[in-house]
Design a protein around this ligand. Structure first.
Ligand SMILES: Cc1ncc(COP(=O)(O)O)c(C=O)c1O
Length: 430
């Protein structure tokens, strides 16, 4: 169970056993999921009806209102159907379904503006971050730079390298002032020993969108590796990896993209393929038909994949891409941001509430993070769950002591109005 979910259940007053019971109750109380209705064509004149139709594609319950896609993304019925039907079909003849992986790789590559040979399927974003941290040739005293708001899935792989290889970690504080300010903070830390710059494309704390193109340009000009942790960005905003110009990128499939749990990928620029050692390896990552002999790696990022995979999960991840493509990623980004703008504008007016999300247009997306004048993160979080049935996420990283609200395709203006009312009431009640 992840920390986020554990905190949620503890705040509801249920432990692991209770969690199972909670699942049983909610399943029993709700009718079997109907087949998701067909999504109508978008019509700006009936946009609300369109988003209601999108919402109806998710088996997600209405209570509590789910505002934590940044923690774990609900999966739509078409994606779940794809996972279940693929797994069932494969089970009928006990097949692996390896043939399904390459078409999925093509779908993800197209969606991300990359080549299929640059895509490696992983279990999550953390695995992708770990591949790069373990695979780059780094020596004691070599320096890596990333932001202090990095998620453990982005920072631990480097602190691990600090223990294992004596790599030096240098941190910068994200700056809400503007894109240049963040680049300037990175620039200040660079020395001749800097081997890598990493940023979260969007920070998991306050949803700050990093100026990744400018950082890529800077890193390239200095010959420094640029890795992006895209756990919070892919599926929230359009991401074109070739246009960004980074060397590598980590994707979480099970957040904004709405892929099945335990899905993700690692992007590695084809011309940088040989710069990353394969620290985990096995069947499907290379060829060695007769032993002994020389192992030949697959000519692509897929050399970092190995062993038996769950093809149902990977086919489901590709289906999540198709689901987003049917709506349109630009439209998805605009919807989430519009709701976040409503929250940003109205929550900032509430006496005592501090807005941690940047107001700068280029630095924000679909995440809104607030701090209460008196209540700590955990108190405000559980108050919103218990009293207002709003499931957000406490932000305890770097003692930020705040609550994060994520808004995505299945959220509505009415739900955001409930958040605004709930936060207003919290200032009275807490
Ligand atoms: C920026 C960032 N990186 C990494 C992770 C971990 O993602 P995953 O569970 O896919 O490894 C998260 C999860 O919230 C995150 O926000």
């Amino acid at each position: 169970m992840n920390l986020d979910r554990r905190t949620f259940l503890q705040n509801l007053g249920v432990g692991a056993a209770g969690a199972l019971a909670l699942g049983t109750v909610s399943r029993a109380a709700r009718p079997a999921p109907a087949a998701a209705p067909v999504l109508p064509a978008f019509d700006a004149k009936s946009a609300d009806a369109y988003w209601r139709a999108v919402r109806a594609q998710f088996p997600l319950l209405d209570d509590p209102v789910y505002l934590n896609v940044g923690g774990l993304g609900p999966t739509s019925q078409p994606v779940l159907d794809k996972v279940f039907s693929t797994m069932l079909k494969l089970q009928e003849h006990s097949e692996t379904g390896f043939g399904l992986i390459e078409p999925a790789r093509e779908a993800l590559a197209r969606y991300l503006g990359a080549k299929p040979s640059e895509i490696c399927f992983t279990r999550n974003a953390t695995e992708a971050n770990s591949i790069i941290a373990a695979g780059l040739t780094l020596r004691e005293g070599d320096e890596v730079i990333f932001e202090s708001h990095a998620h453990p899935g982005g920072s631990f792989p480097w602190f691990n390298q600090a223990k294992l290889r004596g790599v030096k970690v240098k941190l910068f504080e994200p700056d809400n002032a503007g894109p240049e300010a963040n680049l300037a903070r990175i620039r200040e830390l660079v020395t001749p020993r800097t081997k890598l710059i990493q940023v979260s494309h969007i920070t998991c704390t306050n949803g700050l969108v990093m100026p990744v193109r400018a950082i890529a340009e800077f890193a390239t000009s200095r010959g420094i590796w640029f890795h992006i942790d895209g756990a919070q960005s892919v599926g929230m905003i359009p991401v074109n990896l070739h246009a960004i110009g980074c060397d590598s990128y980590a994707v979480s499939g099970h957040k904004w993209l709405g892929g099945p749990h335990e899905s993700g990928l690692f992007y590695l620029r084809h011309d940088k393929l040989e710069s990353v050692a394969t620290t985990e390896i096995g069947a499907h990552s290379g060829e060695l038909p007769f032993l002994p002999g020389e192992l030949k790696y697959v000519d692509g990022a897929a050399r970092h994949e190995y062993g038996t995979r769950n093809a149902g999960i990977i086919a489901g991840l590709a289906e999540a891409v198709h689901f987003q493509e049917r709506i349109g990623i630009e439209r998805i980004a605009a919807h989430g941001r519009e709701l976040a703008t409503l929250l940003l504008t109205e929550l900032a007016k509430i006496d005592g509430i501090t807005m941690l999300t940047p107001r700068h247009d280029e630095l924000r997306g679909s995440i809104t993070t607030i701090r209460h004048p008196r209540a700590d993160a955990s108190t405000l979080f559980s108050y919103l769950v218990k009293e207002h049935h709003l499931r957000c996420r406490p932000v305890t990283e770097q003692k930020l002591n705040a609550v994060r609200i994520s808004t995505h395709v299945f959220n509505s203006r009415a739900e955001c109005e409930r958040v605004i009312a709930g936060v207003k009431a919290s200032v009275r009640d807490l």
